[in-house]
Design a protein around this ligand. Structure first.
Ligand SMILES: Cc1cc2nc3c(=O)[nH]c(=O)nc-3n(C[C@H](O)[C@H](O)[C@H](O)COP(=O)(O)OP(=O)(O)OC[C@H]3O[C@@H](n4cnc5c(N)ncnc54)[C@H](O)[C@@H]3O)c2cc1C
Length: 274
């Protein structure tokens, strides 16, 4: 009979010891993702070796200063929500608020969420220019969330460094089914810094199965006078459509016509509400 070994780490040095000595050990944080369930029966399935890291003190730290909030990877979504709307970047708070229910959020961790497919938090973290701290047995590195498609083999996510930024407008809109994650789940984030009627900076991300960020379009918007008239919005939307089709072609992205329409409508809505 197949034997499944479940290990508990109680410190960071425990984690590196297990990573070093047990090949292909799978990390378990909150255990709420589908990756632990059999698709047909929904019963828990474990690989040969699993390492639970949810009680490692080094992964449970929260550090804040004026510019950043650093969250250990095993901070639960409830713990983040409890920090409060005023002390978190608003888009992150809105994204966490939209996830599942308190029972799941008491177990689910930010690290597990980022490592899971179609994370609701991804769009906000990319828009905020967050960085991930990764560790393997021999190496540690920091990588921008937008530069990484999955955690490299042999590494674990230990910390997330999130800049507050200087955003005075923040729109977070989810599409797809509510409070659960499927392949149709996407999050749209539009952040803007405005001053004296001028749009100083924007960061716009649409993320789910694919990630859409149109840098040319963002640069074209920066410096615009506010509010944007309907005529200007319609002109800019034509530029956005052009950039979107270019990106889809260049990166070979599979993006349905409905998703394209939803994305363009969300852009338009946000621009008209600046
Ligand atoms: C009812 C329900 C509703 C949900 N709704 C949503 C939703 O609205 N939005 C959403 O985004 N998700 C949703 N989820 C999915 C899931 O609960 C969350 O993504 C959750 O945050 C995953 O975190 P976890 O700690 O449970 O991860 P786990 O299940 O423990 O792990 C997830 C994956 O990441 C890997 N992993 C975990 N931690 C690390 C680490 N530190 N380093 C490297 N790899 C790691 C694991 O090996 C696993 O492959 C829902 C789940 C349920 C059950």
């Amino acid at each position: 009979m197949k034997k499944n070994n479940f290990y508990f780490a109680s410190s960071f040095s425990d984690v590196t010891m297990y990573l070093k000595t047990i090949p292909n050990i799978k990390i378990f944080s909150g255990g709420t993702s589908k990756s632990w369930r059999d698709e047909e029966t929904n019963k828990f399935i474990f690989p040969n070796s699993t390492l639970c890291i949810s009680h490692v003190p080094e992964f449970k730290t929260i550090e804040r200063n004026e510019r950043y909030i650093d969250l250990g990877s095993c901070i639960t979504l409830s713990e983040i929500e409890n920090i409060g709307e005023k002390r978190l970047p608003l888009t992150l708070y809105n994204a966490i608020e939209s996830i599942s229910n308190p029972f799941v959020k008491n177990l689910a961790t930010i690290g597990g969420n980022i490592c899971n497919e179609n994370s609701t938090l991804l769009a906000s973290l990319i828009a905020l220019d967050a960085k991930l701290e990764l560790h393997s047995v021999n190496e540690s590195k920091q990588i921008y969330v937008k530069k990484i498609s999955s955690i490299p083999n042999g590494f674990i996510l230990t910390k997330i460094k999130i800049p507050y930024g200087n955003w005075d407008k923040s729109f977070f809109i989810r599409i797809g089914p509510e409070r659960k994650i499927t392949k149709d789940s996407y999050s749209f984030v539009f952040l803007a810094n405005t001053e004296k009627g001028i749009l100083n900076n924007v960061s716009i991300v649409f993320a789910g199965e694919n990630i859409i960020q149109l840098n040319d379009f963002e640069n074209d918007l920066i410096g615009s006078k506010l509010p944007l008239s309907k005529k200007i919005v319609d002109e800019k939307i034509e530029n956005a459509k052009h950039s979107l089709y270019e990106l889809i072609k260049e990166k070979n992205i599979i993006f349905s016509d409905i998703l394209k329409k939803q994305y363009i409508n969300l852009l338009k809505y946000s621009m008209l509400h600046l």
